[in-house]
Design a protein around this ligand. Structure first.
Ligand SMILES: *Cc1c(COP(=O)(O)O)cnc(C)c1O
Length: 457
């Protein structure tokens, strides 16, 4: 054994204690850490030839990289839609790496059954019934890739071809209809070879991001074959929701696959006050929910659900003599793009066991209340204009007098109290503040609003 490895093996508990100490300090300071640390130019170091040992690596990391890390897991990072990590999920994540299970195959460990248990809990949490099965993937984008790949196989079934065997060419051009699709839908279409131009956007309701269902029906009517409909359950700008029940009802008249992007909006199902927003989710053929956003587990974690596991298997099955037969309960490597992968269910399992449905409902409801609080303050300020009602956990707004939104975003990032990302909404540049972190409190909203008033003045 290499001497550095042997040393580290002999002092493994001390190394882990040192890492735990650093983590403890980082977490203790997280609330006051700069939300964003805009990086300067980076100069890569040469490849280490002689190793420094684990303690040396910890030292080098602490000096060279740690100071440039953002407080993105902290309470006032409101950019994109960003969750933190609940205490239990963090412990679960550490243990994921510690045990280093590969849940791709169920021949050697109980890890797959833990993932199945967790997926079942999540299905229940989001109001999905027994017809939906699921698996963990790295994020909502890969969940969409998985869902749309199954959708494509379904289109093939309708056309009498097996796309998984014969390829996209055998199917020909595909039509995907959506009102306000997330950019990852286009990425998935490109990646899957269906092409970005397969997407046809359908008009939205006046002043909304939700699709006009009558216009969607017209678009379906005008087609001469089956299509894929991507419904959006929580748009990133204004958290608008398509009417899932009305869209699902169109299935009685038209032949389409219903894919629902509920990356963070799916969490509305946890609260009796907001669950109506995702009524009809259970009718979807494939469903996307991110877990590293509003479940507050560490990156990278999302779940995908579908009602057509048979088609999923056709797309993703990874047959090899040494892997054995695919039985009634397929191993996960036959269900998602990855073969080998980490047991990313474990952090979610920890958080669900630790806080339950009730604890996670509290996070959702608090985030919504805080977003509404900020929305009310912005609405009352002469310096800002609220661009849409705060429907759930995102505030979309712009400077009342116009002005350079990018410069404001930059000034906010440099201040470090909070971090917001820019967008384009209703024909004008805007800012978004997205609340999805379990740590955020009313005092944080107060501080965020103070910064906003300062930078705009
Ligand atoms: C974040 C998000 C995605 C992409 O999620 P990743 O986890 O970054 O892959 C897709 N759709 C919506 C609505 C999102 O909010």
């Amino acid at each position: 054994m290499h001497p550095r490895l042997a040393e580290d093996l002999n002092s493994l508990p001390e190394l882990l204690d040192a890492a735990r100490k650093l983590a403890g300090e980082a977490l203790a300071g997280l609330s006051e850490r700069a939300a964003a640390v805009p990086p300067g130019p980076a100069v890569p170091a040469p490849l280490p030839l002689e190793g420094a040992g684990g303690r040396g690596a910890l030292e080098a990391f602490t000096q060279r990289w740690e100071p440039g890390f953002a407080g993105s897991a902290g309470p006032r990072y409101l950019g994109f839609v960003t969750g933190g990590a609940t205490p239990a999920s963090l412990a679960g994540d550490w243990l994921t790496a510690t045990y280093d299970q590969n849940p791709a195959s169920g021949m050697d460990s109980s890890a797959q059954d833990l993932e199945r248990e967790t997926v079942g809990w999540l299905a229940e949490l989001f109001g999905l019934g027994a017809d939906h099965s699921g698996a963990f993937v790295t994020g909502a984008t890969m969940s969409t890739v998985t869902g749309l790949a199954i959708a494509r196989e379904w289109l093939g079934e309708r056309a009498g071809v097996r796309v998984s065997d014969e390829g996209n060419a055998a199917l020909g051009p595909v039509t995907v209809l959506s009102g306000s699709p997330h950019s990852s839908i286009l990425k998935a279409l490109s990646f899957l070879g269906m092409g970005r131009s397969a997407l046809r956007t359908v008009p939205v309701l006046p002043g909304r991001e939700a699709v006009d269902v009558a216009k969607l029906a017209e678009a379906l009517e005008a087609l001469d074959g089956p299509a894929i409909v991507v419904a959006n359950a929580g748009t990133v700008n204004t958290v608008d929701f398509d009417d899932l029940r009305a869209i699902a009802a169109l299935k009685q008249r038209f032949d389409f696959w219903l894919h629902v992007d509920a990356a963070f909006g799916g969490f509305a199902a946890l609260s009796p006050g907001y669950a109506a927003l995702v009524e009809g989710l259970d009718q979807a053929d494939s469903v996307v929910v991110d877990l590293h956003k509003w479940l507050n587990v560490p990156y990278d974690s999302a779940v995908q659900f579908t009602r057509r596991r048979d088609l999923q298997l056709r797309v993703f099955s990874n047959n090899a003599a040494y892997l054995g037969e695919i039985g009634a309960t397929p191993d996960f490597l036959h269900l998602t793009p990855e073969n080998s992968r980490r047991l990313r269910a474990l952090p979610a399992w920890f958080s669900l066991v630790a806080y339950g449905r009730d604890g996670h409902r509290e996070i959702v409801e608090r985030c919504v209340a805080l977003a509404r609080d900020l929305g009310t303050r912005i609405d009352a300020s002469p310096h800002w204009r609220l661009l849409a009602p705060v429907r759930l956990n995102v505030v979309c707004f712009a400077p009342a007098a116009g002005g350079d939104v990018d410069a404001l975003v930059q000034a906010i990032a440099e201040d470090g109290t909070t971090f917001l990302t820019p967008t384009w909404y209703d024909g004008r540049p805007a800012l978004r503040a997205a609340f999805s972190n379990w740590r955020t409190t009313a005092a944080d909203v107060e501080r965020v609003f103070g910064v906003l008033e300062r930078v705009v003045g």
